[in-house]
Design a protein around this ligand. Structure first.
Ligand SMILES: [Zn+2]
Length: 235
């Protein structure tokens, strides 16, 4: 990998932990990580960057310390805060790719929209209970809105509410890291969707094509107005 690759990682939780560790250990990438949360004891089973001593402390500070301890040469910058429309485009400026590890759909759609408007490849994933998915969008491939259309109006369970099995999140974060490393090595896996189901014991690849009525691919979404991302939380 070239030393000039700059990767933005949104979220330093269950998905972000394996992503950050893999990127740091593969070296050469410059990592920026954004998160606004604190380490909670109930999340330690899936947020593997942290230890019991980190409970109550800022995730971002502990994540950076953990990465530097494991990979002393790593270049990692931290942003403490939420990934929001006001700052999304600035954070994506000059990045080679963004890897999203958020725990809510609103942020997933915001990352998808901001990445497409910035022409930055996006790797995204989600997991609930025993199953999940990982997806790669390139500027000229299908996007997350081709896959899921829009944030559902009814309330969607977040992973914190529905519960998620630690190793399942670990697998999905590992798949995201694999996507990231493939992209940094010059592969173009745009439109690839991986489904993992721990109960069925299956890992399945499908290919998502652009939907003709996708507003993001049609260029109808040109800005990141907050209203687009509040539907999931409003109900
Ligand atoms: Zn699309």
């Amino acid at each position: 990998m070239k030393a000039t690759h700059r990767v933005l990682v949104v979220g330093a939780g269950g998905l972000g932990s394996p992503v950050l560790r893999s990127l740091a250990q593969n070296g050469a990438a410059e990592i920026t990580v954004i998160d606004d949360d604190r380490v909670d004891e109930s999340n330690l089973h899936r947020q593997t960057l942290y230890t019991r001593d980190d409970v109550g402390r800022s995730k971002i500070g502990r994540a950076v310390a953990s990465l530097r301890a494991r990979s002393p040469g790593v270049s990692v910058q931290s942003v403490e805060g939420r990934f929001v429309p006001d700052t999304a485009m600035d954070l994506l400026k000059g990045k080679s790719l963004v890897v999203e590890g958020a725990d809510n759909l609103a942020t997933k759609f915001l990352v998808a929209d901001a990445a497409r408007l910035s022409e930055v490849p996006a790797v995204q994933a989600g997991a609930v209970r025993w199953a999940g998915w990982a997806f790669c969008a390139l500027p000229d491939s299908a996007c997350l809105r081709c896959l899921f259309e829009d944030i559902p109006r009814e309330r969607i369970e977040t992973c914190a509410e529905a519960g998620v099995v630690g190793p399942v999140v670990g697998v999905l974060g590992g798949l995201e890291a694999a996507f990231a490393i493939r992209l940094l090595q010059g592969e173009r896996p745009g439109g690839e969707l991986w489904h993992y189901d721990a109960l069925k014991g299956s890992l399945r690849k499908t290919f998502v094509r652009r939907r003709s009525d996708c507003p993001l691919c049609a260029g109808e979404i040109q800005d990141l107005r907050m209203e687009r991302y509040t539907a999931a939380c409003a109900a």
